[in-house]
Design a binder for this molecule. Structure first.
Ligand SMILES: Nc1ncnc2c1ncn2[C@@H]1O[C@H](COP(=O)(O)OP(=O)(O)OP(=O)(O)O)[C@@H](O)[C@H]1O
Ligand SMILES: [Mg+2]
Length: 251
């Protein structure tokens, strides 16, 4: 039986003033998958992620998350429902310490139904246990936790941005160009960690310039061109598609 549908975009149109950046985007992500979106500069990949997280409002079309319509909801509401975004360019807080940066990710933690009972773990215990999970994934962040975020290397800042997004224990993680500007070995390490996060149960929607790495890593891929889907399919098939090989894999 196929896994349950987690995210669905139906004919989404998003504008920047008069500029129509998404021209009827339709995609689907199932629970447990890594899905990638690849495409040239300006294809609409970042716009798609920001529309899903509620930072941008679509003019028309519908977005569903775990069966609920989330179109037009505020970003913090969408975050609390279980969608966490790692923005393009990481956007960590350079003057805050590594630990403080991670704690910022807690703002989206779901409110407990019926309130906290005394024998439930306290908020600070919860914070500690989540920090420990992030530190297990990225031990370097534990070593650097008192250091200002801005002093980290590019790869470490990417780890910090991913770690911060994981603090809210999302169901769906949106990643925008996690390998951008990183040396191949560091990028490889980030891709491995994305797989590890996915194996632990987090569904991933990944935007990448590195189409080959993204397709190798993911279960399903979408090729965006000019604000809509030009091609889609299982990533293994897309890797062998002649058009993709020529246009996106540089063969
Ligand atoms: N703030 C903005 N104001 C006006 N137009 C914008 C704005 N941001 C993006 N656009 C336009 O929307 C389109 C999609 O941009 P988007 O950033 O989503 O592309 P992308 O696929 O993420 O590209 P890249 O690979 O370069 O990150 C582009 O034509 C871009 O010029
Ligand atoms: Mg982008």
């Amino acid at each position: 039986m196929p896994a349950a549908e987690m995210l669905k975009l139906e004919d989404v149109h998003t504008f920047y003033g008069p500029v129509e950046a998404l021209k009827g985007l339709s995609i689907e992500v199932r629970q447990g998958e890594i899905v990638c979106m690849i495409g040239n500069n300006g294809a609409g990949k970042s716009t798609a992620l920001m529309t899903i997280s509620g930072v941008l409002k679509p003019r028309t079309g519908a977005i569903f998350f775990c069966g609920e319509r989330i179109t037009g909801l505020a970003p913090h509401t969408i975050a609390r429902m279980g969608i966490s975004q790692v923005p393009e360019g990481r956007r960590i807080f350079p003057k805050l310490t590594v630990r403080e940066n991670l704690e910022m990710g807690l703002y989206a933690v779901p409110a407990r139904r019926g309130g906290d009972s005394p024998n439930r773990s306290s908020g600070s215990d919860r914070c500690e246990s989540r920090l420990e999970k992030v530190f297990a994934l990225f031990p370097v962040l534990k070593d650097r936790q008192k250091q200002a975020g801005g002093t980290l290397s590019g790869g470490e800042q990417q780890m910090l941005a991913i770690g911060r997004a994981l603090m809210s224990e999302p169901k769906l993680l949106l990643l925008d160009e996690p390998s951008l500007g990183l040396a191949p070995l560091v990028a490889h390490r980030i891709f491995k960690t994305i797989q590890e996060i996915n194996r632990e149960g987090v569904t991933v929607l990944l935007v990448e310039q590195n189409a080959r790495a993204a397709l190798r890593l993911s279960h399903k891929g979408y090729v965006l061109e000019n604000g809509r889907v030009a091609l889609e399919g299982p990533s293994g098939e897309l890797l062998n598609d002649e058009r993709i090989r020529k246009t996106y894999l540089g063969e």
